[in-house]
Design a protein. Structure first.
Length: 179
């Protein structure tokens, strides 16, 4: 029992450490250390461009004509979508990766499971941007925040499910032993 509580405590300490690192990075270091600000901004940029390009690819495959700027995209004739830093999925992916890294398990499994989860988060986020772009086109107005919140909740649920899959299925797989 003691070993189990030590493992739980270590997991909680790691998660808290990752969370503290995020808070300090996103709320302090980027404002006081120029090179850190540049690195942090570059990470947001990578996530923004991955989300924007994947959304553009899906919408163009659906036959829509698009216009887009650095952090926006719109179906021709609509208001479109502005993708802000909180919407790019950087924090969500960081949180997911933190959960998997903090939980015990072999590094080899983490090295394929984290990118797979990050791609799933990107796919859901892409679906959100595509949905919002189509909604602004169909309605001719800005989309209400409820649709935005619905997709946020969906992503949180998916991250939780990914973590459960990690704990219950990926880590519980045991190689078959000869009888």
């Amino acid at each position: 029992m003691e070993t189990s509580s030590k493992a739980i405590n270590l997991f909680l300490i790691k998660i808290f450490g990752f969370y503290l690192f995020w808070l300090v990075s996103d709320n302090f270091l980027i404002y006081h250390i120029d090179i850190y600000k540049d690195i942090w901004a570059f990470n947001y940029h990578i996530f923004l461009k991955a989300l924007q390009w994947s959304s553009i690819a899906v919408l163009e495959a659906m036959g829509y004509e698009l216009v887009h700027g650095y952090n926006s995209l719109a179906i021709l004739g609509s208001y479109g979508v502005i993708i802000g830093n909180p919407c790019v999925g950087f924090g969500l992916t960081y949180g997911f990766a933190s959960l998997i890294i903090s939980y015990p398990g072999p590094l080899k499994s983490k090295l394929w499971f984290i990118p797979l989860g990050a791609l799933l988060i990107l796919a859901i986020n892409t679906t959100r941007v595509v949905f919002l772009a189509k909604q602004t086109f169909a309605s001719g107005t800005f989309v209400q925040m409820e649709a935005h919140d619905l997709f946020n909740n969906l992503i949180y649920i998916v991250i939780f499910i990914l973590w459960v899959v990690w704990v219950q299925f990926i880590l519980k797989k045991k190689p078959a032993t000869a009888a």
